[in-house]
Ligand binder design. Structure first.
Ligand code: ADP
Ligand code: ADP
Length: 222
């Protein structure tokens, strides 16, 4: 599903954010990505989401080399990949419904279909009854679940999460990770950058460790 072949990412005057990454993740795997701040976790996720390009090496998704993807296929690729951020990046002056609908509106989906799919996504994260609320009226955990619904609404095959529980207490974090496990069981591929070592150990999924841009640990598929 996801393959890195000797991938380097170098930022000018910064050295290698990633160096010589070789990696394979199968469809339906749920994988944790650990390592201290600056280790390269976000960079690795951004390469998969096509928000960055490698300096060297290749990133392949479903056998397609992202470097040679024709321009007109880039939007299609981006739709296959849902991204979740620590600060969830919700629009504060738009309702929960509108925030989740946004990717579909950008895609030009029919309004009736938007309503159906937004409610299905909100249902998956247990927020169906909060569709009219503004993000600030929600708790931190609920706000993050809106961010997850927005990532889900495009029906991605891959979900990337960058420190999704960084601002949440342990119980809420556990809830979010259990939600991710449900997605795994319906065949989604998940890659989750996190500092939540206790939960990583408790849940026991495959765990990759980055250190200064190098892959220094991989527990393998569990
Ligand atoms: P992590 O997510 O593990 O904290 P990052 O991937 O954000 O690590 O960063 C890895 C390294 O790359 C860090 O040294 C960071 O400062 C650097 N870096 C990340 N993004 C950029 C950028 N856009 N420009 C320059 N340097 C960057
Ligand atoms: P995270 O908290 O997810 O690790 P970062 O704080 O590393 O994220 O990065 C947040 C944003 O800042 C990213 O878009 C990244 O590209 C950018 N960035 C990170 N480090 C640098 C840097 N040294 N110079 C310029 N931009 C950076």
């Amino acid at each position: 599903m996801i393959r890195f072949q000797n991938v380097y990412k170098r930022y000018p005057e910064r050295g290698d954010a990633l160096a010589g990454i070789d990696l394979e993740i199968q469809t339906g795997e749920m994988v944790f990505l650990t390592g201290h701040s600056g280790a390269g976790k976000s960079t690795l996720l951004r390469l998969i989401g096509l928000l960055e390009r490698p300096t060297r090496g290749h990133v392949l998704i479903n056998g397609r080399n992202l470097a040679t993807l024709p321009r007109h296929e880039i939007p299609y690729h981006r739709r296959q990949v849902g991204m979740i951020f620590q600060d969830h990046r919700l629009l504060p002056d738009r309702s929960v419904f509108d925030n989740v609908a946004l990717p579909l509106m950008v895609m030009g989906v029919h309004p009736k279909e938007i309503g159906r799919r937004v409610r299905a996504a909100l249902d998956q994260v247990g927020l169906l009854r909060r569709e009219h609320a503004l993000p600030l009226a929600l708790s931190g955990g609920e706000q993050q679940r809106v961010g997850i619904a927005r990532a889900l609404v495009g029906r991605p095959a891959v979900l990337l999460a960058d420190e999704p529980t960084g601002n949440l207490d342990p119980d809420l974090s556990r809830e979010i990770f259990h939600l991710f496990e449900r997605f795994k069981y319906v065949g989604m591929t998940l890659l989750i950058a996190t500092h939540d070592f206790d939960l990583v150990e408790e849940l026991g999924h495959r765990t990759l460790k980055l250190d200064e841009g190098r892959l220094v640990g991989d527990t393998g598929a569990w």
